[in-house]
Design a binder for this molecule. Structure first.
Ligand SMILES: NC(=O)c1ccc[n+]([C@@H]2O[C@H](COP(=O)([O-])OP(=O)(O)OC[C@H]3O[C@@H](n4cnc5c(N)ncnc54)[C@H](OP(=O)(O)O)[C@@H]3O)[C@@H](O)[C@H]2O)c1
Length: 411
């Protein structure tokens, strides 16, 4: 009971187990410092609110980390979600994930399309299917949360199509997807608030210049960190020029283009990607991560808090004013820390070189697919003939056996 305790405090002073005033002050200061650090590193909550009923959103990376929180937030506000996932739609884990998301958000309009962002072919298959629809499908938002990183200490990898993995998934996939979806964005009515949200990472600040080698990377001059930072820098340069590309479009109704690109830095968060980076993909790393989890908890945001700036970009009305291509961090607009993000010459060259890389890679992949198809068909033909010959042989042997039996019976 507090009353006897308060009375004893009044008459007898502090109890013997209470720390000395100085010690108490020390602990209080430490606790306050920790609380302040946690409050600061958690970041800002999104102050905007908006219903998203009926809005159609394409989302990449919506199955993990920040993207999964964005998927939840969008779906719980009524948006129709088209998740682009690496796994096929009938993958049992994906089916479970979508069913769970549907029931938690009370929103049945969530489905998945298989798109492997490490394959230009897979992206083209999805995006051409989307734009082939007549009349053009409604599209309100594209959120590009998917990303990959090579863990420190690991070797450079390439996709099956021969592009460096981080460059492909983090940059070229988005370049290719938005390039093909461009007509679908331009076809939206003038009064539709269309947003293309591109998460980046502040590691772009330390990235080496995109020039002189704009796409790809010098093989002897590669590190996981640099490749990731460089892919994010390229993504930001592209985001700015994609906004200009949309702005330059002359609509048939002569009204201005209303689509806006928003770049978002969500801040560092405790996601699967971040854990892989910190643990270097090793069991020892994972063990240390678990032992020192409190440090990660203190210094890194939760995925939910990291999703706040993306939700701000998806919902805030202020972003409708002025030009697109803004950079958002902690739910507010900030300036880019590098001038070359705005450099038109770099952007133009990057676009041209990326186009060339896509064309070259797609051509080589198409030739490889055609060759494999031909080989498969030839193999199947040979197998068919062999099985036909086998069946005829068996039939003949059977007939021979029957004849012999009949001859025996006749004797
Ligand atoms: N976490 C941070 O501290 C931090 C900091 C700054 C910026 N960001 C940015 O925020 C975004 C989300 O980060 P995160 O940490 O939440 O990511 P994450 O947990 O690593 O999740 C990455 C997502 O991308 C998907 N993905 C990867 N490769 C793919 C492929 N080839 N095809 C299709 N999907 C693929 C993954 O799908 P699976 O589930 O199938 O693997 C997963 O859903 C990223 O753009 C990241 O760069 C994150």
């Amino acid at each position: 009971m507090p009353l006897p305790f308060l009375a004893s405090l009044y008459f007898e002073g502090l109890p013997p187990w209470f720390p000395e005033p100085l010690v108490a002050l020390k602990y209080t200061t430490a606790a306050a410092a920790l609380a302040l650090t946690k409050w600061y590193t958690s970041g800002r909550l999104n102050p905007s609110e908006r219903k998203l009923h009926g809005r159609v959103v394409i989302l990449t990376g919506g199955t993990s980390g920040i993207g999964a929180k964005v998927a939840y937030e969008l779906a719980s506000r009524g948006a129709q979600l088209c998740l682009l996932t690496r796994q096929p739609g009938n993958d049992p884990f994906l089916v479970d994930y979508i069913n769970d998301l549907r029931s938690r958000t009370n929103n049945q309009m969530i489905y998945a399309e298989q798109v492997d962002l490490s394959s230009l072919y897979s992206i083209r298959q999805f995006a051409t299917k989307w734009i082939d629809n007549a009349p053009p499908r409604r599209l309100d938002m594209i959120v590009l949360c998917a990303a990959t990183l090579t863990t420190p200490g690991h070797a450079r990898t390439e996709t099956e199509e021969g592009v460096e993995t981080e460059w492909m998934v983090n940059y070229l996939a988005n370049f290719h997807l938005l390039g093909i979806l461009s007509p679908a964005i331009k076809a939206q009515p003038f009064d539709r608030d269309v947003r293309i949200i591109i998460p980046t990472c502040n590691s772009y600040i330390g990235a080496p210049k995109l020039e002189p080698e704009l796409v790809g990377d010098k093989k002897g001059y590669w590190s996981p960190k640099m490749a990731y930072a460089r892919s994010k820098l390229a993504l930001m340069v592209f985001a700015k020029s994609y906004q200009k590309h949309l702005d330059a479009y002359k609509r048939p109704d002569q009204l201005p283009m209303n689509a806006r690109v928003v770049i978002v830095d969500p801040g560092f968060a405790r996601t699967v990607g971040m854990r892989r980076w910190l643990t270097r993909g090793s069991l020892w790393g994972l063990f240390l991560y678990m032992v020192f989890y409190v440090v990660a908890w203190l210094l890194l945001k939760s995925p939910n808090m990291a999703a706040q700036s993306i939700m701000f970009a998806a919902m805030d009305g202020s972003l409708l004013r002025g030009t697109g291509g803004k950079l958002i961090k902690e739910c507010m607009e900030i300036d880019c820390a590098r001038k070359d993000v705005e450099d038109e010459e770099v952007a133009k060259k990057l676009w041209e070189e990326s186009d060339k890389l896509v064309e070259k890679t797609e051509k080589a992949a198409a030739i490889k697919r055609a060759r494999e198809k031909k080989e498969r068909e030839e193999r199947e033909k040979v197998e068919e003939i062999e099985s036909l010959v086998e069946t005829i042989k068996k039939g003949k042997a059977k007939e021979g056996g029957k004849k012999k039996k009949a001859e025996k019976a006749a004797k």
